[in-house]
Design a protein around this ligand. Sequence first.
Ligand SMILES: [Zn+2]
Length: 135
Amino acid sequence: MIVDSGVAIALTVFALVVPLRGSKEALNQLLDRTIPDEVQMRFLSVVTKNHTNICEFKAIHTRQSGKDIFIELDIILPFDESMEYKDKLEKKISKEIIDINSNAVPRVYAKACDGKCLDNNKRNCPIHIFRSLNE
Ligand SMILES: [Zn+2]
């Protein structure tokens, strides 16, 4: 078979580029891979859903490894909130994240607020405000 030089060059380039691209994708899968915004937004919908249960949404970090999507969600709760509430809420939000995507591996971290919301002994933590509205 006679291959003209143009085709030969194209074949060489193809042979070089394709394995490179393949290994780059393999590498991205193993290491850090930013998940699409759309997927991230879907995970963030749990924050919207729980906005009256938390003081503040702090950060979301997502990382994909193979088919697992690791999600770290940082939220703020009143500094004197009970451990029971914290535990329950972390579990509830984790479950809601898995309900969105069964490949999700969530870690929800509730951190204490800085207490600056305490003003003349009146509680101004967003949660306390929501609770007083519901009383
Ligand atoms: Zn607070």
